[in-house]
Design a protein around this ligand. Structure first.
Ligand code: HEC
Length: 130
């Protein structure tokens, strides 16, 4: 009994390590687009004087912007709007927040990043926000 338990633990730990090593996350720009358009743009249209298109910045500007994580002229953090807590707080009025309620924060952040880089003014397909 004891031995097989240890054995099972060793196997499980081994599998976890292998899957961690293998998991360079492959960002899903389409999911990023849905979130950007439904959550980010919804608020910009209401509170930022209009939507903010990915094509307003270049790839490198987006890279610097996301790295700095200063949002709304530095007043708050952009990551907070990607957090599970924020999604939970708006999910009753926002379908995308509800649909992606359980997506890990890091993955959703990478998805949004992939979308804005692709949609940047010098990106593969410059994108508006709606
Ligand atoms: C709850 C409202 C709200 C949400 C949600 C929101 N933003 Fe914003 N955002 C603002 C406001 C307000 C401004 C404008 C600040 C200004 O110009 O004074 C802004 C500005 C911006 C800007 C322009 C540069 C800057 O920081 O001033 C970018 C880029 C941006 N937001 C990206 C995002 C992204 C990406 C998301 C979604 C992950 C997001 N925002 C979610 C309110 C929001």
């Amino acid at each position: 009994m004891e031995k097989s338990h240890i054995f099972a633990t060793v196997i499980t730990t081994g599998l976890l390590c292998v899957s961690t090593l293998a998991s360079a996350y492959d960002a899903d720009w389409k999911r990023g687009r849905v979130y950007y358009r439904s959550v980010c743009t919804a608020c910009h249209a209401a509170q930022a004087g209009g939507s903010i298109a990915p094509s307003t910045m270049s790839k490198s500007q987006w890279g610097t912007y996301l790295q700095a994580d200063k949002h709304a002229k530095g007043k708050d953090s952009m990551k907070q709007y990607v957090s599970k807590a924020y999604r939970a707080s708006i999910k009753s009025q926002n379908k995308a927040a509800e649909k992606f309620a359980d997506v890990p924060e890091d993955e959703l952040f990478e998805d949004i990043k992939a979308f804005v880089i692709k949609g940047a003014k010098d990106g593969d397909s410059p994108a508006s926000c709606s």
